[in-house]
Design a protein around this ligand. Sequence first.
Ligand code: PHE
Length: 457
Amino acid sequence: MAEDNSTSSPVGKLRQHWGSRLGFILAATGSAIGLGNIWKFPYITGDYGGGAFVLVYLVCVVVVGLPLMLAEFMIGRRGQENPVGAFQKLHRKGSPWQGAGWMGVASGFLILSFYSVVAGWAMAYIFKAIAGFAGSPEQIQDQFTQLVLSPGDSIMWHSIFMVLCVAIVIGGIQHGIERWSKILMPLLFLILLGLMFYGLFSTNGGLKALAFLFRPDFHKLTGEGILSALGHAFFTLSLGMGAMITYGSYMERGARLVRDAIAISVLDTFIALMAGVAIFSLVFHFGMEPQQSVGLIFKTLPVLFAELGPWISVPFFVLLTFAALTSGISLLEVVVSYFVDERGWSRTAAALVMGGLIYAVGLLCATASLEVPFMGGKGYFGFFDDLTTNYMLPIGGLLTCLFTAWVFRDKDRVDEFGSRGFAYRAFVFLVKYITPVAVVIVILHGLKLLPFMDYSH
Ligand code: PHE
């Protein structure tokens, strides 16, 4: 029962906790694994030339992602509160560091508003896949344009996705998020394993895919590619917006955070690589070029699926939907936890009201086809994506890192880390000197202010 292992929060309510360590790991992995792994990672890897990009990405996960994830878990578990409350509790009431928490709540709100629209497309594609992709490659690719351009369809799928997120979050930690993560994550893994083996052994593209992903060719690596690898490490691990602080706050004392953070980062990376193998095997099997850009999943793959049939395409889009759902609930949970902890709202009221508002903002993105001129013509979609991924997450991550390095009391920090040995010293060194510098570079690049890059085009 949720109440069995609860502690009190400032408004006198009992705080729920995860039922088991596995439940926590699956929920946090569910947050990390999402559209970022299955949609974005493969296409940016394709665009930036494969192996060398993958290698840089792996280094970024270790040097930037892992320490930050650990820092977020430590802040969350120590604080036992939502991001805004946790920063205050670990510093002082009214502390300016709560701003990092505020930005996290706002990021969760904004990201979910457009994430839900893309997740809706994934759901729509399950049904397109069942019906079968047919016609000329142009006709198949055109289905995507039509979906995006018909607000009615986009709104319907966006609504369904938001209803699912709200319903699961209302269920609470153990009975909502943990239960569904325990069901969806193993299924996701099995589907992806099946697709990967299919790609490796039943197509002629398996070996080429492996070579493309794992044989680095450093001539293909660009400055732009290195920065994208770093930025992506953030998004894919759900960092910089308090999602991992929130999930950490439902954890009880005692568990070894370092091991868990390593497990979650490794799982997230594995899933991205598996998705890459599965997808590029098909791409190479059909003799296509790997640079398919944003359209890789919704435009290129369906053309290939037309030849392979629904046995491959339906599981693929189910996989994408599951991955998006476990990330969507973590985005909503950050917002909900703030209203529950700080404002004393009930979980149900917070999920319904905030879910409803996020849904309303998402409508702007779902109807982006109406081409509402907004913020220099980027449209709502591009504007929110750019604002959150390129600015809010890195700035949130930077603040979290600085807080952990210079404000978090050493005694508490050691306590959360679990030891004072070499690993702890390495962690403190990274969050003090390496991670913040790397993040500042990403932010400056976002602002087109890096001295050694050419921003003229
Ligand atoms: N990590 C998720 C993905 O890869 C996205 C996400 C970002 C989820 C931030 C929660 C918080 O798709």
